[in-house]
Design a protein around this ligand. Structure first.
Ligand code: FEO
Length: 399
């Protein structure tokens, strides 16, 4: 196995999950990695492990560098099992090593694995000297579990950020710039996956992210490398830090999404005419059928869209089940500062659009406009749809 070194005596010893296509409901068409890091000094520290089933790969990578039984500390930045799943395997090799985690982390590890391991509880500002290198810890609760923390290698200016700044992307390369050349990907691929990760995992925590980034700035920490626990390692950390600042603030583009489902195409006809009205006004707009598009990808597009237009036919006096399911997922992610618009068709009685509006209100949002059509849209209805598209485009341009 090829050794992957970030800086002197700091190595990537993770695993690549080329075949992962679903990460607890989040689609991963490009696979994933679980990044663990080995730090060699007078004492040896392993920061995070890998998902259960990949322990062998991690241990082999460690063995290329050092005898795994020499590990003194296993830092667990996060209990979620894609990072802690192989902790029992490593602890079987080094039963006397100390497991380092936040208070919630220690509690979570005990609940998951029971282990009678030696533990060290740390919080923001605590440090662990392992020789010439110092590991400094910063608690990051609710980014995205209560136990989370990040580990900063003080002398090397490397931030081991766990889930933050990650992307689900399997590759033979480990660093942000290299992936483009090696995989033939456009360079935007890494940022696209980072945005998808942020949208589907971290979007609810934008305000906490802003405060934490401010806190890190105040600590005066200089960061040369950000090494997350998924995907590429950032050797140009400003790119991803600035993207996080924008996403956390809810900065959007002049972009509109028409998200819908349809039974007998009336709602789809409305969707397409609304789209024409938006596009005809010179604003970028996408049409997203909920049974023909991947919801994780739709949510990635939501992240930077200014207006979300949601349409549903009426079924049993309510909305179509896919629309209900998607709204549950979307509103749970608490997207910020959007213009919301609803539309749909019905047969003998309405109810679909009303239900969407109720869900929006119960989630703290309000539709600025709603449009309903009985049976099939006629010429007048199409004119209303087109005009609605124009109105939304105007709001987006002026917003
Ligand atoms: Fe990558 Fe929250 O686990």
């Amino acid at each position: 196995m090829t050794k992957v070194q970030l800086v002197d005596n700091v190595y990537w010893v993770g695993a690549v999950d080329w075949n992962l296509r679903d990460f607890h409901g989040y689609t991963t068409p490009r696979g994933a990695t679980y990044n663990a890091y080995l730090i060699i000094d007078e004492k040896i520290a392993l920061v995070d492990t890998v998902k259960h089933g990949f322990a062998g790969e991690m241990i082999e990578r460690i063995r290329e560098i050092v005898d795994p039984s020499k590990i003194d500390y296993v830092v667990s930045n996060h209990v979620e099992m894609d990072h802690s799943g192989s902790l029992p395997d490593i602890m079987d090799i080094v039963p006397n090593a100390e497991v380092v985690a936040t208070e919630k982390g220690v509690e979570g590890l005990k609940r998951h694995y029971g282990g009678s391991w030696f533990t060290r509880t740390v919080k923001t500002g605590d440090e662990l000297s392992i020789g010439k290198k110092t590991l400094s810890f910063i608690s990051t609760p609710m980014l995205h579990w209560p136990d989370n923390m990040v580990t900063y290698l003080k002398e090397d200016r490397v931030l081991l950020s766990n889930d933050a700044f990650g992307q689900h992307l399997a590759s033979s390369s480990r660093f942000d710039g290299d992936v483009c050349a090696l995989m033939g990907y456009e360079c935007d691929t890494v940022m696209e996956e980072a945005a998808k990760y942020y949208a589907n995992i971290l979007m609810p925590f934008g305000n906490i992210i802003l405060k934490k980034l401010e806190e890190i700035q105040k600590l005066g920490i200089k960061i040369d490398i950000i090494a997350p626990s998924h995907g590429m390692i950032w050797r140009k950390p400003d790119t991803i830090i600035n993207a996080y600042l924008n996403w956390a603030k809810g900065v959007t583009k002049q972009k509109v999404l028409v998200i819908y489902d349809t039974m007998w195409n009336s709602t789809e006809m409305m969707a397409k005419e609304i789209l024409e009205g938006v596009a005809g006004s010179g604003v970028d707009v996408s049409l997203l059928h909920l049974r023909k598009n991947d919801w994780s990808e739709i949510v990635r597009e939501v992240l930077e869209a200014k207006a979300i237009i949601i349409g549903s036919p009426t079924l049993n006096n309510g909305m179509f089940p896919t629309v209900g399911g998607f709204l549950t997922y979307l509103t749970g992610l608490h997207p910020k500062d959007k213009i919301w618009v609803t539309f749909g068709s019905y047969g003998w009685a309405g109810g679909g659009v009303r239900k969407i509006n109720e869900v929006l209100v119960s989630s703290g949002y309000e539709a600025s406009d709603s449009l309903e059509v009985k049976f099939r849209p006629d010429t007048e209805d199409f004119e209303k749809c087109y005009a609605l598209g124009q109105k939304i485009a105007s709001l987006v341009k002026n917003g």
